[in-house]
Design a protein around this ligand. Structure first.
Ligand SMILES: NC(=O)c1ccc[n+]([C@@H]2O[C@H](COP(=O)([O-])OP(=O)(O)OC[C@H]3O[C@@H](n4cnc5c(N)ncnc54)[C@H](OP(=O)(O)O)[C@@H]3O)[C@@H](O)[C@H]2O)c1
Length: 251
């Protein structure tokens, strides 16, 4: 059940954290959102706040992000390429949701460095911080080596799979969400579908970023989502009401 579906007003009431990890007290239901400044990450932050979670947003440029999140969201400066920045960001948190993704196929922020090494850095820091669940937004088709996206965008799918593998091997309870094409559209307008096996090769499947954010939040609320990897898209139909059943049906 929603605690508060209406979002708090956007505000600049943010705390920029830094410094010593050990001085940060535990935060009940605290969620670190990596990729919080991204299109999906922002929706994850908003939905978590609406559900009553305490949210810390990992951003590369706090100055730019300040004022763009709901009131009460903490901002923490960090770069997933820099492990030293991640330990203080995780300190005291209970959960991690990552919606990071490379924005370029080449250069220092290529998929290898973000979707693999960056995710691995997050996972390593999460293990040290004893994070109780890590939700990773990955992608459909990560197991399809000959998918054209790999050629077009720095082997992005191959690196995403390696990032997923690092999480699955970590021992941290995980949920790996593999969406199809992402749309900027309202959530809960269609039926969310989960599949497994990564067999769909067409790029025809789509899902609203808001629905992906919803899945990430629901994954934290339902123990049935732990240690699950699945693809997802939406089809015409009513919004999901029984998330527990949807997660429980997964292998
Ligand atoms: N686009 C699609 O159709 C599609 C389909 C399937 C899966 N996906 C995946 O879904 C996820 C969300 O996609 P999106 O389009 O909503 O994301 P997006 O808007 O491109 O946002 C990516 C986020 O990653 C952050 N990031 C990149 N490099 C970073 C670094 N070194 N340290 C910290 N943060 C870093 C960005 O931060 P800055 O704001 O600082 O750059 C941004 O917040 C991504 O993993 C994407 O690959 C996308």
């Amino acid at each position: 059940m929603l605690l508060n579906r209406r979002l708090l007003p956007l505000a600049a009431a943010v705390l920029v954290l830094g410094g010593c990890a050990t001085s940060t007290p535990p935060v009940e239901n605290g969620v670190l959102v990596a990729g919080a400044s991204g299109q999906t990450g922002k929706l994850v932050v908003e939905q978590l706040v609406a559900e009553g979670y305490t949210v810390r947003a990992l951003v590369r440029e706090p100055g730019k992000a300040n004022g763009t999140f709901p009131a009460g969201v903490q901002l923490v400066a960090g770069d997933v390429k820099d492990p030293a920045s991640l330990a203080p960001a995780m300190a005291g948190m209970t959960y991690v949701v990552s919606a990071v993704g490379a924005k370029s196929g080449k250069g220092p922020d290529r998929p290898e460095m973000i979707d693999y090494q960056g995710v691995k850095n997050l996972v390593d820091a999460a293990r040290v911080a004893k994070i109780r669940q890590f939700v990773l937004v990955s992608s459909r088709a990560v197991t399809q080596d000959d998918n054209p996206l790999n050629k077009m965008f720095g082997d992005v799918l191959k690196w995403k799979l390696k990032g997923e593998d690092a999480l699955r091997a970590s021992g941290i309870p995980y949920t790996v969400v593999r969406p199809g094409g992402l749309l900027n559209a309202p959530g809960r307008q269609k039926t969310v579908v989960f599949e497994q096996g990564d067999t769909v090769t067409s790029a025809q499947t789509t899902i609203a970023r808001a629905d992906v954010a919803d899945i990430c939040v629901q994954a934290l609320k339902h123990p049935e989502a732990r240690n699950r990897t699945f693809e997802t898209h939406t089809v015409e139909g009513p919004p999901v009401t029984d998330w527990r059943a949807l997660f429980a049906a997964l292998d």
